[in-house]
Design a protein around this ligand. Sequence first.
Ligand SMILES: Nc1nc2c(ncn2[C@@H]2O[C@H](COP(=O)(O)OP(=O)(O)O)[C@@H](O)[C@H]2O)c(=O)[nH]1
Ligand SMILES: [Mg+2]
Length: 404
Amino acid sequence: VHPPPAMGACASADESGDAYIVEQLPPNQLEALYTFKLLLLGPGESGKSTVLKQLKSIYNVTPTQGEIEECKKALHQNTLECMKVLCDQAVAFDYEIEDEELHKTAEWLRDEDLLYNDALITPDQAKAISRLFECEAIKNTFARRDEYWILDAVEYYVENVSRFAQKDFVPDEKDMVFCRIRTTGKNLETKLKGPFPGAGEKDEPSKITYEVVDVGGQRNERKKWIRMFSDVKAIIFLVNLAGYNQVLYEDKSQNRMAEALQVFGQITGWRDESKKPMAKKNVIHGVDIFKNVPIYLLLNKKDLFEVMIHKVGLEKTFPDYKGSSKSDQALEFIRQKFREKCPPGKEVKIYDITGVSRFDVKNAFREIEKDLLKKHKPRIKDEIKKIISEGRKQNGAEKGCVVS
Ligand SMILES: Nc1nc2c(ncn2[C@@H]2O[C@H](COP(=O)(O)OP(=O)(O)O)[C@@H](O)[C@H]2O)c(=O)[nH]1
Ligand SMILES: [Mg+2]
C-alpha cells in the first residue's frame, strides 16, 4: 500500500518521473525490498554459529544477559567435555596417567554424569585441569586428535579455564566467539541492520537488512533445512577445512570433509550422472528450489588447516591429491573439489576464512554483500517499477486521469 504520488506525478511517466516517485516510497517499503534472508548451512561444527556471532558483533547486536549467562555455562561445559574426551581416549589408547592426583582428576572427568549436572568448574578444579592437560598421557592423546571427535577450541578452553572458574567471571567478546552451543530445535533467525553500502542512489534505502537463519547442522537437524527454503535470497555454506583430517561427532567413522562435500552437492542440486537412479534417492527433496539462489561457500578454520596441512597431507583423504603440503596448493585442490559438486552453470563464490577472526568474517561478508546486491538489483528495480506503475494507476484512477 503506497501513498499516492505527489501532485502532477501522473503527468510525468518518464525516467525522471520514476525517480521522483521513488522518493515518495515510504522508507520502510524501500527497506523491505532491500531485506535479504540468508541461510547459514553446513555440517555440524563447520562454524555457522560462529559466523553469525561475528556478524552480530559487526552489526552491533549486543548479546543479551541471557546469552552471556548461557555462554558462561557453555564454556564450563565445553572445557569439561573436551577434558572428558581426552581422558576417555587416553584409556582407549592405553596411556597411563602415573601421578596419583592427576589420575584422580582424570577419573572425576570420566564420570558419565559429569556433563548432566551443569556444574561450574571451581578454581581448584581449574588448576587440576590445567595440570592434567600438561601431563604426558594427555599430551600424547591430544596429538592424535584426528582419530577421535573433539571440539576444535580445546586449547582455548584449557588455557582460559582458571579465568572461567573465577567467581566474578563474565565472558568477553572472544569467549562469546569461542563458546560452543549446539544449535538444535528452533532455528535462530537474527535481524541485522546496517548502513547501505556505497554512495547510495536515489532508489536505494539508507539501510540494508539481513535476516540470517542459523540452522542445526548435525545429521538429525538437516531435515528441517527444507522448511527454511522459501524466500531465501542467498545461502552461505560453511565448511570446516580442518575436516579433511577429522571425524564426525555423530559418526566417528565418517570423515568430515567427505560429509561436507556430499551435503554441499545436495544443496547445489548436483547429481552424480554415473549413478543416476541411485543418486536421486539420496538427494534432499526440493533442492531444486535453490536453483536460482546464489550460494557462497566459506571454507572455514583456515588457522587450523594451515597448521595441520604441514603435519598430515591432503592425500590422506584425497588419494588423487598430487600437490605439495603448501597450504595454498592444498586449498585450491579443496576449492576444486567443491566446484565439482556444482551442477553445470551454477556459479559458486568461494572465500577461505578463519571464522574466529572478526576481520576475516567482515571482509568475506562485504564481498558477499557486494555480489548479492549486484545479483538482486535488477529484480528489485523491477519490483520498484511495478510499485510505481501500480501507484500511478491507482493515482490516475483517483484523479480520473489515464496513464499509459
Ligand atoms: N580454530 C578455529 N575454531 C573455529 C573456527 N570457527 C569456528 N570454530 C570453533 O568450532 C566450533 C564449532 O563452531 P560452531 O560455530 O558452533 O559450528 P556450527 O555447528 O556450524 O554452528 C566452536 O568451538 C568454534 O569456536 C575457526 O575459524 N578456527
Ligand atoms: Mg551452530
